[in-house]
Design a protein around this ligand. Structure first.
Ligand code: SF4
Ligand code: SF4
Length: 168
């Protein structure tokens, strides 16, 4: 039969020697590799007690920011959703009512704001697109979960607490 390539190798089918049948050389070779690794610095760490430092460019969970007076910065302009390559952001806009100036910074605000973290690729485009400095990616790692619903982060999950809020 014509060979397809010149890389084929003839298999050695000669009977095994006594030493090969005893597996002693192979055993010694394996032990040598094991002993060689005993005195090496381990490549693993005892997580979660020990944690590796993140890269300076690491991007984790999002937050929705407030201004210095505690009002929500997001105006539901939709630019973050438009910039998102994974179509992970959805929102619904609402009009600010008189008396709500302390809650919302502009006349429009996000009544609903959701990020599907199963879609998100943590690219940071939403943060770059936001003209109001409202959405940020933090250094918090997204926690694991067993349900798909728990990866849909709603506005109340994303919005930071009111700064310097007085405790009653
Ligand atoms: S980090 Fe990227 S993928 Fe995730 S929500 Fe923002 S724009 Fe979309
Ligand atoms: S987070 Fe920023 S870009 Fe996204 S809707 Fe709000 S203001 Fe617009």
């Amino acid at each position: 039969m014509e060979k397809l390539t010149n890389r084929s190798v003839q298999v050695n089918r000669s009977p095994m020697t006594f030493m090969e049948r005893a597996y002693l050389p192979a055993l010694a070779k394996g032990l040598k590799i094991t002993l060689g690794h005993i005195f090496k610095k381990p490549a693993t760490i005892s997580y979660p007690e020990v944690k590796r430092p993140f890269s300076p460019v690491f991007r984790g969970l999002h937050i929705l920011n407030r201004d210095e007076n505690g009002a929500e910065r997001c105006t539901a302009c939709g630019l973050c959703a438009l910039a998102c390559p994974a179509e992970a952001i959805t929102m619904e806009a609402a009009e600010r009512k008189p008396g709500e100036e302390n809650l919302y910074r502009e006349e429009k605000y996000a009544a609903k704001y959701e990020i599907n973290m199963l879609r998100c690729i943590f690219c940071g485009y939403c943060e770059e697109a936001c003209p109001k400095d409202a959405v940020y990616l933090t250094e918090t790692v997204m926690p694991a979960s067993y349900t798909r619903e728990s990866f849909i982060y709603k506005k109340e999950d994303l919005l930071i607490p009111v700064p310097n809020k007085k405790e009653n």
